[in-house]
Ligand binder design. Sequence first.
Ligand code: ATP
Ligand code: LTN
Length: 344
Amino acid sequence: MTEGTHSSQPAAGARVLSGMQPSGDSLHLGNYLGALIHWVRTQETYDAFFFIPDMHAITVPQDPEELRTRIRRTAAQYIAGGIDPDRSTLFVQSHVPEHAQLGWIMTCLTGMGEASRMAQFKDKSAKQGVDSAGVGLFTYPMLQAADILLYQPHGVPVGEDQKQHVELTRNLAQRFNHRFGETFRVPEPMIPADGARIYDLQNPGAKMSKSASSPNGVLNLLDTDKQIAKKIKSAVTDDGTEIRFDPETKPGVSNLLTIYSALTGRPVAEIEAEYQGRMYGHLKVDLADIAVERLRPVRDRAEQLLDDPAELDALLSKGAAKARQVASATLAEVYEKVGFLPAH
Ligand code: ATP
Ligand code: LTN
């Protein structure tokens, strides 16, 4: 993870925090290569907190049983993808009530104008019509600011699409500090410079997303070997035959090269050189093998964890207890600063 436009690398030992919504049955390759593997790397040097923003998930309608399943599935995939619950603090947002409590204070600190400028709200509310969008979708970024500020992190490892929310978080932290006295650390977004942005395999003009129109373009971490191989082999490629990284004229092949490079750690130029004079089919067959081998242990481990939900729940409640220690100290200071009376 290197410098983005205005993100800087926190020092060793610093704290980082991030989360991904439990909005699908499986994370996809974009979540894995664009977020999860970077989180895993941060564990080496930082005091890392990773959580499952289930309260954010209900900003759009959810089926209760399905949501419960998806929270566990997301947790299992965090761990299977390499998050070590002994090293990092892994927890579920709704287990730590301080998120909602600080979220309210952040909401009161935010202007209507600045909230209206949030791109994710504009996109998501446009999909369902602004009048029928829930107010929670509007206040989503303020809850996200609370998620972050409660833990006083130095850095927030996220994809480019979350930069605006981290920017709002910084503004709210500075505003609070200015109004009530120094309280919050102002966190930096940590946006991977090599930020593998993964595109839909069937529609390489759109990012790979849980809400994609066709399931064939989305490679899920929990797909079977057969599904993984099939999706890669039937990926849309471009006119011509040359295997060259050129997102403008060859978005399909470029996406496959990005995935190849991210899965193997080899530079794109080296892969291009290896496939010089060979056909798209060769690249796809090899990449299918690489993806199957790489994702199999992740899926197997996730399934193993999901076979024992009681054990998984116990792990999550241990994480929540650790998280609450930090969150409750921050919230107590905030309550005192805004002028609330002590409860006892
Ligand atoms: P949705 O379709 O519901 O918006 P999503 O699949 O786009 O969901 P998010 O939950 O918004 O995923 O994102 C979780 C994390 O994964 C974020 O840090 C985001 O930057 C990263 N991410 C999501 N999609 C991609 C992608 N296609 N390529 C790289 N990173 C991605
Ligand atoms: N909005 C983020 C999920 C999220 C998050 C956070 C990420 C909620 N709270 C706090 C980092 C820090 C998303 O959609 N990926």
